[in-house]
Design a protein around this ligand. Sequence first.
Ligand code: DP6
Length: 370
Amino acid sequence: MTLRMIHGYFNEKGCITPAGGTFSAGWQSPSNIALVKYWGKKEGQVPMNPSLSMTLSKAVTRTKLSASPGGEPAGLISVNREADHPFVPKMKVLLEQLVPVIPCLSGLAIRAETENTFPHSAGIASSASGMSAFALCLLDIAVQMTHTKPSPCEWDAMASEASRMGSGSACRSVYGGFALWGKTNLVPSSGDDHAVDVSRGVHPVFLSMHDAILIVSSGKKQVSSTIGHGTMPGHPYLEGRIRQANVNTGVLLRALAGGDFEQVASVSENEALSLHALLMTAMPPIILVKPATMEIINRVQEARKGGMPVFFTLDAGANVHVLYPKDAAGPVEHFINEVLVSFCEDGRVIYDECGPGPVKLGMDLEKVPQ
Ligand code: DP6
């Protein structure tokens, strides 16, 4: 069972569908940046190792759904009024995974409107924000249809579990601050089914951390993350990688709790470089970093040696996330403008920071006051 929480909650709950009624839901959900990387998965979107991420604030997807029971073919009809919108296949897969465990979603004709606050090509994980926003909307509709009220804990776990089926990294986006996904003995509540919020154990300096995303290349990536994950079974460094990720998770959790910036920096950089080392040593090799990526990395490391509180991490792409405490924003952003921007495509930098997680929206896509 890969959707344990959702199955347990909705099992045998009947849905109440008023004749001619249409259900709607709107959610805004953020992207996140992993400091310990999810890399490699088993069947059922189960991660090979624990991962730990910081949720972003400004890089969000806003999605609204309208769902009508009966009268039309069931399923996802359109995204932004297009039947063949590029997001449709991945969103359909998520819906198909949820229908067997939330049967009342089965007869619905669903239309989605969605927008990102960041450019698709920016190298920010749009599947994390996009899939979590869609999963939150579907779950919201399921709750309306069953006239139930999950507790905040149940809601978070189910939202994370549903998001995971759309994209692994998306399951961490349903929490603000810092989230951990994947079973580790270090955190008793952790598991592979859904992520957990670990922000309570994080020093305030990291809960307001800034992330400047330096766009080295906005071109389409050479390979998707999904293909990249597929290189891990049979990878010569697989065992070592799993061991390393577990060790790094423990070190990072302790460093985050203790406010140890230097340790957070070195573990995060080790993870980013290990991810790319795994990509480069896959067969066939996958090289995503560009010369400008390495130039930025070298300068960030030099700046830290010189006493500036700054470090980098990378996703599966060429762009560089440069992280620094809020208090150091003045000098670090000066350094970015004076030194690093020259390596960016058209001087592009997207400034973001640690954020509070998803927000429920009205159908006008405005935030619903809590
Ligand atoms: C390098 O979550 O995009 O960003 O589960 O196949 O959708 P799928 O992959 P995805 O992989 C993210 C990989 C990563 C590291 C991370 O976010 O942990």
